[in-house]
Design a protein around this ligand. Structure first.
Ligand code: APR
Ligand code: ZN
Ligand code: ZN
Length: 362
C-alpha cells in the first residue's frame, strides 16, 4: 500500500518551501523505502528551490540523510528492513566503463528509484539528487542505502551523505593528502572544514585555513587547522608561501567555487603540487590563466565530485573513525530543527553562522 507522509516541497522558483503530504509507493524491484531520522540542509537544496539546477518543479528537497530501511523490493539483497543506513547519490552501476576499469567512484551511470513519489493529486515529485529526504519516509534505489554502525547519531551520520563527505574526500581521495604534506584550504564553510578534518586525518603536517570571515577561521582552527589567513586583509598566496618555506602548499583545496579563489589556489601550491576544486562554480564563471604557468608549474589540477567517494568504502570507515573519537563529525551539526524550519535554515545559511542545520524527525 502506498503511504502518505509529510515532506518539504519546493513548488516554484523562489516560492517558500512548504510541508506537504506526499505519497510514497511500496518499493519495486531494486528499491527501498527508508524511514528518515535526520537530514542536513545543503546549499544544493537551496539551488533546487531557486531553479538553479533545473526546472523540474515540484522538488522534494533534502539529500544528506540517515535512517532505517523500512521495506525493500524484489531482488534486494544488500540491505534489509531494520538496517541503519546513510543515503548516497552515487549508487554505482557496476557495468559502465569507469566501473569496469575498477574505478566505481567515477561511475558514469549511477541510478535512483524508478517509481515516482507524488503529491496527493498525483503530481510527480523530483527528489533532490534522487533522494528527497526532508520527509518522514522516502523511496530510493537500494544501492543508495549504505549500511553503517547503528550506534552513531543519525544527525551526524547523515552529513556524510553529501557536504562533509565532499570535503573529507577532497582531501583524502582527490587530493591524496599524505603524511607530512602541507595543505591549504580556501573557504572554510562546512565543505572546507571537512577538508581540514580530512587533511588532518591523512597526517598533513601543516594545514592552512583561508577565509574572509574570522569566525570561520576560528572554527577551522578548532577542526584542526594549524594556521589561519584572513584573505580580506592579507594576500593568501603570499601568506601560504611564507608558511611553507617560500614554496607553496603540496595540496590546495578550493572550497568556494569562484575564479578568484581558484586562481589563489593555483598560485598558492608548490611546484608539482595539486589543486583540488570542490567548490561548485556557476555556469557564467570563466577562468583565465597563462598557459605557460599551467605547464610550467607541473603537478595536477583536479576537481572533486562528492569527494570522489565510494559510499560502500568511505561511509562505514568514517563512521567508525568518528565512533572511535578520531574525527569529530558532531562539530558540523550547528543546530537541529524540524521539517517546518527548512525555509528558516536557508535564510541562516546566508548569515554565515551555520555549518549545518539538520532536520531531525521523531
Ligand atoms: N575567499 C575565501 N573564502 C571565501 C570567499 C573568498 N573570496 N568567499 C566566500 N568564502 C568563504 C565563506 O566565508 C564561507 O566560510 O567560503 C565559505 C563557504 O562556505 P559555505 O557557504 O558554508 O559553503 P559550503 O557548504 O562549505 O560549500 C562550499 O562547496 O559544495 C560546494 O556548493 C558548495 O560551492 C559551495 C562550496
Ligand atoms: Zn558504473
Ligand atoms: Zn548536498
Amino acid at each position: 500500500m502506498p503511504q502518505q507522509v509529510q515532506g518539504v516541497v519546493a513548488t516554484g522558483r523562489n516560492e517558500p518551501v512548504r510541508v506537504e503530504t506526499i505519497v510514497v509507493p511500496d518499493p519495486g524491484p531494486g528499491e527501498a523505502v527508508v524511514k528518515i531520522q535526520a537530514c542536513g540542509v545543503c546549499h544544493t537544496d537551496l539551488h533546487y528551490k531557486q531553479g538553479g539546477i533545473n526546472d523540474d518543479f515540484p522538488f522534494l528537497l533534502g539529500h544528506e540523510a540517515a535512517g532505517i530501511v523500512e521495506s525493500v523490493g524484489d531482488g534486494v539483497t544488500d540491505v534489509a528492513p531494520g538496517d541503519f543506513v546513510i543515503l548516497n547519490w552515487r549508487a554505482v552501476c557496476g557495468r559502465c566503463r569507469a566501473c569496469l576499469r575498477g574505478r566505481p567512484q567515477y561511475c558514469f551511470d549511477t541510478h535512483n528509484a524508478r517509481q515516482k513519489m507524488t503529491l496527493l493529486d498525483g503530481t510527480e515529485l523530483s527528489p533532490a539528487l534522487g533522494i528527497g529526504a526532508f520527509a518522514e519516509k522516502t523511496l530510493v534505489a537500494a544501492g543508495q542505502c549504505t549500511k553503517v554502525d547503528p550506534g552513531v547519531d543519525a544527525a551526524v551520520a547523515g552529513l556524510l551523505g553529501c557536504g562533509v563527505m565532499a570535503g573529507i574526500g577532497a582531501a583524502i581521495n582527490t587530493g591524496n593528502v599524505g603524511r607530512g604534506d602541507s595543505v591549504a584550504v580556501i573557504g572554510c564553510g562546512g565543505v572546507g572544514d571537512a577538508a581540514v578534518v580530512g587533511a588532518r586525518l591523512a597526517g598533513a603536517a601543516r594545514i592552512i585555513a583561508v577565509d574572509i570571515d574570522d569566525r570561520k577561521l576560528e572554527t577551522a582552527r578548532s577542526m584542526g587547522a594549524t594556521h589561519t589567513v584572513n584573505s580580506r586583509s592579507t594576500d593568501p598566496v603570499e601568506a601560504i608561501r611564507e608558511l611553507t618555506g617560500g614554496f607553496g602548499a603540496d595540496v590546495v583545496i578550493e572550497a568556494v567555487g569562484r575564479p578568484e579563489t581558484y586562481r589563489q589556489a593555483f598560485y598558492a601550491r608548490d611546484l608539482a603540487g595539486t589543486v583540488v576544486l570542490v567548490g561548485v562554480p556557476t555556469p557564467e564563471m570563466k577562468l583565465e590563466l597563462p598557459l605557460l604557468d599551467v605547464f610550467g608549474r607541473g603537478g595536477s589540477l583536479k576537481s572533486s565530485w562528492y569527494g570522489d567517494c565510494l559510499p560502500s568504502r568511505d561511509f562505514p570507515m568514517l563512521v567508525d573513525l568518528h565512533q572511535q573519537g578520531r574525527i569529530d563529525l558532531g562539530a558540523f551539526v550547528t543546530e537541529t530543527i524540524g521539517l517546518g524550519d527548512v525555509e528558516k535554515a536557508f535564510a541562516r545559511m546566508h548569515e554565515g553562522d551555520v555549518l549545518r542545520s539538520v532536520v531531525v524527525l521523531g
